[in-house]
Design a protein around this ligand. Sequence first.
Ligand code: FE
Ligand code: FE
Ligand code: ZN
Length: 175
Amino acid sequence: MASHADTTPLRKLLVEELRDLYNGEKQLTKALPKLARNATSDQLRDLLENHLEETEQQISRLEDAFEMLGEKPRGKHCDGIAGIVEEGNAMLQEDFDGAVLDAAIIAGAQRAEHYEIAAYGTAMAWAKVLGLKDLAELLDQTLEEEKAADEKLSALAESTINRQAASESMAAAKR
Ligand code: FE
Ligand code: FE
Ligand code: ZN
């Protein structure tokens, strides 16, 4: 017999959130290579490629999460990530290059990370209150990867790329 927690509205909401994430991560496996291809900085390209590998693991972690819940791994279109990806693509159509382009790529990637951090943080909190400890731990692994990816992007922007973007812009203005 199904336990009480199996039928609660909160559990249903958790499954919906995981479906949103499952689809969002899949969208990101298509968007990240495009961003990586357009990056000028080798460090930025490495970072995006590395996060693509993590994203693939995150997808299989979500499949494990569905299994833990006795649900089929099924996505539900994530409008949030779709919007972020659309904005990123629109930005790539503009004529930015060099470090300015890299700064713009970082801005787009960080929007995606923040969306994911919010969603995984929420899902983990719900898993916890539902007493689904293993699931909460699984989601926390991904949450930590998303936070680390976000921090690495910030560190790269602050250590070099933003300053390069500013000086390239000044050089261009003098021309
Ligand atoms: Fe992710
Ligand atoms: Fe979403
Ligand atoms: Zn991510």
